[in-house]
Design a protein around this ligand. Structure first.
Ligand code: GDP
Ligand code: MN
Length: 390
């Protein structure tokens, strides 16, 4: 789960990490007032659930409160497009106004969960401020990585090794050791999936400070943090993703035109692969989970049909716990309710499969049955091609 930069900085601050003085604003008048409070000269930062804002014009230094207000008027409601937002961009609805800080040096520092080792992994680099992916590609030797043993936790000597590798000496090196240890404490206590400070800076006055912050909570820890859902800014999420979340379905938006409904993550991956091999482009995939109920199937189908990019639907379901005839009823119910005339291909297998197929064939929907995964994928691609005007 994502949160905004200003929220991430509040959290880091509560763990003793220095962050610039700042205020979040919802209107351009509030931005002006906040700018006055910061002394006129300040940084105006658009708050969206994506990085790369600097280059997209979402982070700017201003010199007067009026200038901050003008900039805010331009930013509010505008969609910022960065390499992380996708082509549709993300709308700015909150702005963080911060005291301007003179920067001497910029570093990169993050802790994230490494799925391969199932451990927290610390990443640091003296090449901060820029995109870390770029550093990793061009000069991997400039990136320092440490896998943290969950039993011993992060030890001060390990943090010191990292601080020294960043080229820090003396008291600022010790400050950095404290900061790294605090960051690790933040990760474990708050169940973070990612905590990233880019840039971590040394100010001209000689202080270590988190200039930017990204915090991502581990979705698996939600049961321990009842307050997390309230921290979410739903305006930054795809509305269909929110609806899917309510029904405990996982919906992932993709770039093509075929909506995919599957049950189980493995089947989802296989379906996307085979669909691509057959020349199709998935618009999304919606995983209804192992024990999908008829209600879930209905909701899932409705969500897929609400995606305007969807020109056809491919259903690939294994009816193990759930019977195929009930899945078929769910599809028919949803498709009839929203008057869906789009081509649909259903490939299903498992209990009561013949009954399920029969229901679909009698439904009056624009539906075909796939005999197997490959056949189903080929059919939906062909149905879309046939329907395309020349
Ligand atoms: P991002 O582009 O979304 O990662 O946004 P950042 O918060 O990292 O801002 C982009 C860049 O703006 C940073 O890398 C800094 O170089 C610069 N920046 C941000 N805040 C300040 C500040 O207070 N003073 C100065 N001089 N530069 C800043
Ligand atoms: Mn940044």
């Amino acid at each position: 789960m994502n949160i905004h930069e200003y929220q991430a900085k509040e959290i880091l601050g509560s763990f003793g990490i220095a962050v610039p003085r700042g205020r979040v604003a919802l209107t351009s008048d509030q931005v002006e007032r906040a700018a006055k409070e910061m002394g006129g000269r300040c940084i105006v930062k658009a708050q969206i659930y994506a990085g790369g804002r600097g280059k997209a014009g979402g982070v700017k230094l201003v010199h007067h409160p009026e200038q901050a207000q003008e900039l805010a008027k331009d930013l509010f409601g505008r969609k910022l497009v960065t390499p992380q937002t996708g082509p549709q961009g993300l709308k700015v609805r909150r702005i963080l106004v911060e005291e301007a800080v003179e920067i001497a040096r910029e570093f990169y520092l993050s802790i994230t969960l490494d799925r391969e080792t199932s451990r927290y992994c610390l990443i640091a680099s003296a090449e901060g401020g820029v995109e870390i992916e770029e550093v990793a590609q061009k000069s991997p030797e400039k990136i320092h990585i440490l896998t943290i043993d969950p039993f011993t936790g992060l030890r001060p000597y390990q943090a010191r090794k990292i601080a020294l590798a960043l080229g820090l000496k003396g008291s600022i090196c010790e400050d950095c050791v404290d900061l790294i240890l605090n960051l690790y404490r933040c990760c474990t206590e708050r169940d973070c999936f990612l905590v990233e400070i880019n840039p971590l800076v040394i100010t001209k006055a000689g202080w270590l400070m988190a200039m930017d912050a990204k915090v991502n909570f581990d979705d698996n820890s939600m049961f321990r943090h009842r307050e997390y859902p309230d921290m979410q800014d739903y305006s930054q999420l795809d509305p269909l993703e929110i609806t899917a979340g309510k029904f405990d379905l996982s919906y992932i938006k993709l770039q093509g035109n075929i909506g995919c409904m599957v049950n189980g993550a493995g089947l989802a991956m296989a379906t996307l692969d085979v669909l691509k091999e057959s020349g199709g482009e998935p618009a999304n995939f919606l995983d209804v989970g192992g024990g999908a109920t008829r209600e879930k199937v209905t909701e899932a189908f409705k969500i897929i049909l609400q995606d305007a990019d969807v020109k056809g639907v491919f259903v690939n379901i294994f009816g193990g716990i759930m019977r195929c005839d009930i899945i078929a009823q769910g599809i028919i119910e949803a498709a009839s309710e929203v008057h869906c005339a789009l081509p649909i291909v259903v490939r299903m297998d498992g209990s009561k499969v013949e009954e399920g197929k029969k229901l679909l064939m009698q439904s009056g929907l624009n539906v075909q049955i796939g005999n197997n995964l490959g056949d189903g994928a080929t059919r939906i691609v062909q149905m879309l091609q046939a329907g395309r005007p020349n």
